[in-house]
Design a protein around this ligand. Structure first.
Ligand SMILES: Nc1ncnc2c1ncn2[C@@H]1O[C@H](COP(=O)(O)OP(=O)(O)OP(=O)(O)O)[C@@H](O)[C@H]1O
Length: 759
């Protein structure tokens, strides 16, 4: 991420991606000296103490004194614009000057720096690993070529360079023979080189790597990057301007956890800073940084605003928990100045606010879909009604009656029920409508209201408000334009759009009413709505076609494909869970996870079956105990039901392991292993995860199969939702994943090689 803003001294000091990783490995005292160095250097690089001079044979690479022993290596981009690429012991700086390579990558146009000596010494001398054991938790054994065969021997240097592999590294790349060497190289190599090589090594064809990895970050147009234009190149590089004493410190001290704030991937960067002529959507698999992009987008939009005290930007998401997390991360990214211009609220909270504004004093209790279903069941029992089942009616009420704002019996006779699976006759409609009326009366009498009802009412209120604003605007235009100020007739209250920009996270789970409400809250204009989400992670029954709701994303849709969270091994298992199902793109089309990948490497997920739940609980405890090397809070256990959450908590307690339940408000306490049902894991991440209870009957729930007889469309949707739940859970893990079951394993585990216990 770059900025061209120059400080008062006219000196710009930037830090190149990966230099930070090298610096943090140094002794604490030296890191302290680097902090002092950057402070003084930004004031005056010419100060005598730095002994600033170009290195012999390099006109652009300079060395400056950090302390008696250490030297900073800096690329001079032009004038007083400096890029810190390395900090080295003085004894090593001059030893292999010809092995310090830097330049502008001809394909990506980004600045790259590599110390070939270090790479060669560290990478090519790595011992080949011992043959991995057969245990299921051993590192993934990649199919290995015969000992003397090189990994990339089939590609010419030129073909590798065309993919954007750093040219000075190509001779080393061509010598690699083991995966261990490759992983070592990826650690030192410029980011893009690592991505390309790992993808090729995955067996992905050359042309596909070109299309999925290189083309999205290649310099635009047919032109190659100008090898002498370093100022243009730094804007395409992963480099950050060190603005004050704290900025470098926070990058170094937060380590990997803070990198998202400073080093965006070029594909992420483009999406953040683009101007869109209307609503835009960013998709992509779990962990590809969609939330990160949404947060940077919010900051970018705020930075473009004229000064003021209002909050013209709305950042919204699906639930309270996630909204709280977005708030914390936005403060961390943009500080209080950014936060001051942004409303952060989850969609139901927003809807509630709209409805309460119009009817203050409404103190009905809000219930969710599960509680509403319970009310339906009771209604049917009390009415002695057996022709219709509660699930069907609840669905019909949510998706058709509320979803399409059907206001009268006559409307219900006319409404289209496309995609609803089971067809209903005119006589059926009459019966359903009558039951729906009884249901709404029941809620009314009990002082209850579903979130969906509130959302629908909020949508109608906002649509009416928008109509008024537009009407007023038309009147003013006819009168010759009155400064674009809108005054509500008679009241004197300002009437204007609530927001200028809306950014939505977890977009796949918002319902039609939410979208209608949001659409009416911003004027139709450039950069009005920016939404991020992944339909593979949809866990609520809210499939929408955005275009039909006035949110037209056609031509403004992009996808991220590189996972920053999960290892390649976990990712492969998680994708297996989704095998054979189709997913939509939120707009009536389809979407897949093509190109979804990771450069992180770790253990293969462990898959373990038990005879009984009791025995499985012992496996869970055993696994948690084995993970004693990391804080308990970095471990989470996910199970299919609330009863199982209680079982796990109590078993862990009996074995002296502290745990905490994840509620709808987030984890109850700070300490202990986090335990929750699958729904609670949306948007979260942990270093290690256990998913337990992945048995037939629970994943998917046995009730899902009942739909296969009565409503095929619903059956398909429910099955997909259950798969997505498991997919979401599996992709929360950063470096280790254990999946267990008892009795018959879930059918979703079959693509992972888990066999049925039934004959
Ligand atoms: N450019 C980046 N540099 C470093 N880390 C990153 C970057 N982008 C994302 N990450 C990290 O990757 C992880 C996943 O990011 P994020 O939560 O934004 O992904 P997501 O696509 O929203 O995931 P999900 O769909 O699973 O909710 C986070 O830990 C985040 O900090």
């Amino acid at each position: 991420m770059t900025s061209t803003g120059k400080p008062a001294t006219g000196v710009t000091l930037r830090l190149l991606d990966k230099a930070d990783r090298e610096i943090v490995k140094l002794d604490r005292a030296i890191v302290g000296a680097v902090y002092k160095f950057q402070h003084e250097f930004r004031k005056n690089p010419e100060a005598g103490g730095f002994d600033l001079k170009p290195l012999k044979g390099h006109e652009r690479l300079w060395s400056a004194r950090v302390n008696r022993e250490y030297r900073a290596l800096l690329l001079r981009l032009g004038g007083n614009d400096w890029l810190l690429v390395s900090v080295k012991h003085r004894g090593h700086v001059h030893r292999n000057l010809d092995r310090l390579a830097y330049g502008i990558n001809q394909v990506t146009g980004a600045i790259e720096y590599v110390d070939l000596q270090v790479v060669e010494e560290d990478v090519l001398r790595r011992e080949a690993p011992a043959r991995p054991s057969e245990s299921s938790s051993a590192p993934e054994p990649a199919p290995r070529p015969a000992a003397v065969e090189t990994l990339f021997g089939q590609y010419s240097a030129e073909r590798l360079a065309d993919l954007g592999v750093a040219e000075p590294l190509i001779p080393i790349v061509l010598k690699l023979t083991t995966d261990d060497e490759l992983l070592g190289l990826a650690e030192y190599a410029p980011r893009h080189t690592g991505e390309v090589l790992l993808r090729l090594r995955d067996g992905v064809p050359y042309e596909q790597v070109m299309e999925e990895v290189t083309e999205p970050v290649a310099v635009e147009g047919a032109e190659k990057a100008d090898p002498e234009d370093w100022q243009a190149a730094v804007d395409r590089s992963q480099a950050v301007v060190i603005t004050d004493d704290e900025s470098l410190q926070s990058i170094l001290e937060e380590g990997d956890f803070g990198r998202w704030k400073v080093f965006l991937h070029p594909t992420q960067e483009k999406l953040v800073h683009r101007s869109y002529s209307g609503p835009a959507r960013v998709g992509g698999g779990p962990g590809t940084g969609k939330t990160i992009v949404a947060l940077h987008r919010v900051k970018y939009l705020v930075d473009q605003l004229p000064p003021g005290h209002s909050k013209p930007v709305l950042l919204t998401t699906f639930n309270k928990n996630l909204a709280a997390d977005l708030r914390t991360r936005l403060i961390s990214l943009g500080g209080p100045e950014t936060l001051a211009r942004v409303d952060i609220m989850h969609v139901d909270q927003l809807a509630t606010r709209v409805v309460s504004e119009s009817a203050p004093g409404n103190n009905k209790r809000r219930i969710d879909d599960t509680q509403a279903l319970r009310e339906w069941r009771q209604l049917l029992v009390e009415a002695g009604e057996s022709r219709w089942d509660a699930e069907f009616l609840s669905d019909e009420w949510n998706q058709v009656i509320l979803g399409q704002a059907v206001a009268s019996r006559a409307d219900y006779f006319r409404v289209r029920r496309a995609g609803r699976g089971r067809s209903v006759s005119r006589a059926d409609r009459a019966e359903i409508w009558q039951l729906a009326e009884r249901f709404t009366q029941r809620l009314e009498v009990k002082g209850l209201e579903t979130h969906r009802q509130v959302a629908e009412r909020a949508a109608q209120l906002e649509i009416a408000r928008k109509a008024k604003i537009e009407e007023r605007r038309r009147q003013q235009e006819q009168r010759g334009g009155l400064d674009n100020i809108h005054v509500e007739s008679g009241s004197g209250a300002w009437l204007r759009y609530r927001y200028r920009h809306i950014v939505v996270d977890e977009a796949q789970d918002l319902g039609a009413a939410h979208w209608k409400m949001l659409r009416a809250m911003v004027p139709q204009d450039a950069n009005d709505i920016f939404l991020v989400g992944d339909t593979h992670q949809r866990i609520y029954d809210n499939q929408v076609t955005l275009g039909s709701l006035g949110v037209n994303i056609r031509g403004r849709s992009a996808r991220l494909t590189l996972s920053y969270r999960t290892t390649r091994e976990i990712l492969r298992a998680a994708i297996g869970v989704l095998e054979g199902t189709d997913y939509d793109d939120l707009d009536g089309g389809t979407e897949d996870l093509a190109g979804y990948r990771s450069v992180l490497h770790g253990f293969r997920p462990s898959l373990r079956g038990a005879e009984s739940w009791d025995e499985e609980l012992d496996l869970v405890v055993e696994q948690v105990q084995a993970w004693h090397d990391i804080p308990r809070e970095s471990v989470a256990i996910c199970v299919p039901t609330n009863e199982k959450v209680d079982d796990v908590v109590s078993r862990l307690g009996r074995r002296g392991i502290m745990s905490t339940k994840i509620t709808s408000e987030g984890p109850r306490r700070d300490e202990g292993v986090h335990v929750g049902t699958m729904y609670r894991f949306k948007g979260l991440e942990y270093r290690r995860m256990i998913i337990a209870g992945v048995s037939e009957g629970l994943v998917p729930r046995s009730s899902v199969d009942a739909w296969s007889q009565t409503d095929r469309a619903r059956y398909k949707r429910e099955l997909q939702r259950a798969r997505s739940l498991l997919f979401v859970a599996a992709t929360r893990a950063r470096d280790a994943l254990t999946i267990s079951w008892n009795g018959e394993p879930s059918r979703f585990l079959r693509p992972l090689g888990v066999r049925s216990t039934l004959r």
